[in-house]
Design a protein around this ligand. Sequence first.
Ligand SMILES: [Zn+2]
Length: 259
Amino acid sequence: MHAFVYNVIRSLRSGGTAILDSAALGLAPLAPASGERLAEQAYQALRAAIQDGALEPGQRIPELELCGLLKISRTPVREALRRLQSDGMVVHAAGGGLAVAQHDLPAITELYDLREGLEGTAAALAAHHADRAEIAALEAIVASHRGLPGDPALHARENKILHGAIYRAAHNRFLLKSLQSLHDSLALLGRTTFAAPGRIDAALTEHAAIVAAIARRDAPEADRLARLHVRHAYEIRLEQMMREPPFGSRAAIPKGTRA
Ligand SMILES: [Zn+2]
């Protein structure tokens, strides 16, 4: 279902106007289901598309196009969009209609400040609480990243896997919940920072150092290194914002996930 929505979105992007050729894109509508179920499916698919970067911050979401492609009525589509609005992931666009939300600079700074604290705390708690199997898993993830091709979207996904493993190794349900909600907001940042030159190698080195500190139970160092890692991502994010025009004034960029 998600691949289907990605194709829809890719087609929405082409040329700025909606040119939707479902046959050429290999699209299939959502399977018939109750209205409530359809709304849930549409919600999950759109949410995943925003999370994964198939739908970009600032991009318009044409309700009628979605109805036509998903072959469902407006009611479940509207319900899905309403839920995304209450999640803060979709907002009213200037000039009418809806668009994917995007953060302004102060919000991005606040977001990274919080992330720095939470990631540092997660790494420190992991240094205290991770069991041997969890540490071995973290080390295996870091080692597996070394041989990967230099694809930013791939590294952004793998980055999430590593950080998710650190969160779980921290063994704190409230921290985990806070980080999950933070990641909804991070999804609205746009292009992955792994697209910046040199960032993939630098992040791999930073990850290895964080995991090494966790493995030797050095909580203060794990905390410091994790914070530094987020700080570097923030600096790159700012550089990217300076260089890249907002959505709509550039050609479609490759789908990617966020760091
Ligand atoms: Zn990372």
